[in-house]
Design a protein around this ligand. Structure first.
Ligand SMILES: [Zn+2]
Ligand SMILES: [Zn+2]
Length: 296
């Protein structure tokens, strides 16, 4: 663990070890310039009380694009409101998370996704396959995902894909998506190099979260194998806060820690990595050009 010299210098007097740790843990010591958070659940109940402050802290830290995930029709509606309140900074998606695949209603969910698309949703999702938790039966997860892939093709939107412990079926799904001409991102990717390769081969992107800052991260090679133009970063907040904030409610303002970690693994500077992944976020989700962003 690095010593926290800055906290001591700022304090200018002796502080308890705990206070020193608390000060340093709430700072954003990594300044990388403009960056994007390609996946954040700002509609989560974890942010009900202070979502505007969370967005402002992200903006102050350099965030230029926040893709707010609508993983249920209710979350998608909150995402839409946030996107209209913070136009040019926050963007919204709509889909159904694999944990809730049981709830898929063919009379309701496709309608909600089409409506969200008509109001400017930038992707379908997050959707996918989670065989780690198995909250819904696997065949139901596959059907619900297939229905969302069809909608993505119909609406000409990319897919935000959650995949965990489901590599064989994700390979099969990638083949289907590729046939249908659907682009996507493997979000919060923790899978194998083989799965990343398969996604890259059909034109997909790979997104890394704060998990890559954890000490038990499994593969340096994975951080290097994704080409520059297919790389995204994300918070997945309120979950998975990167070190040094691990265990706290996560916020987009801490994505720079993940960017710095990825930059180090790829031997580039963090500001370049921030600029690259910001540009990739704009390209992947077809966000409006920066000149249309609101200025603050
Ligand atoms: Zn996910
Ligand atoms: Zn998520």
């Amino acid at each position: 663990m690095l010593r926290r010299r800055a906290a001591v210098a700022v304090a200018g007097r002796s502080v308890s070890r705990r206070a020193e740790r608390d000060v340093s843990r709430t700072q954003t010591p990594v300044h990388v310039g403009g960056f994007a958070d390609s996946h954040v659940h700002l509609g989560s109940s974890a942010f009900t009380d202070d979502v505007d402050a969370v967005i402002e802290r992200a903006r102050a830290a350099g965030a230029r694009a926040l893709v707010c995930i609508g993983e249920s029709p209710e979350a998608a509606e909150r995402a839409q409101h946030l996107a209209s309140r913070h136009a040019g900074l926050v963007f919204h998606t709509c889909g159904l998370h694999p944990h809730d695949a049981n709830e898929w209603d063919p009379a309701m969910h496709p309608h909600a996704i089409r409506e969200a698309a008509a109001r400017g949703a930038v992707a379908v999702g997050e959707c996918g396959l989670d065989y780690h938790y198995d909250h819904a039966p696997r065949p139901v997860q596959r059907q619900t995902l297939a229905a969302q892939l069809e909608l993505a093709a119909e609406l000409d939107l990319p897919i935000v894909l959650h995949t965990r412990d489901a590599e064989d079926d994700t390979h099969a799904m990638l083949a289907e998506a590729s046939k249908a001409g659907v682009r996507g991102v493997l979000h919060c990717f923790t899978g194998s190099e083989a799965l990343a390769d398969a996604a890259l081969a059909v034109g997909w992107f790979v997104s890394f979260s704060g998990i890559i800052t954890f000490r038990n991260w499994h593969s340096e090679a994975l951080l290097r194998l994704v080409p520059d133009d297919r790389l995204l970063v994300e918070s997945d907040a309120p979950y998975l806060a990167p070190i040094p904030n691990r265990g706290k409610r996560n916020e987009s303002q801490w994505v720079p820690h993940t960017i710095a970690r990825l930059a180090a693994a790829r031997d580039v500077d963090a500001a370049s990595m921030a600029a690259l992944t910001l540009q990739n976020t704009r390209t992947f989700f077809r966000l409006p050009s920066p000149s249309h962003e609101s200025v603050s």
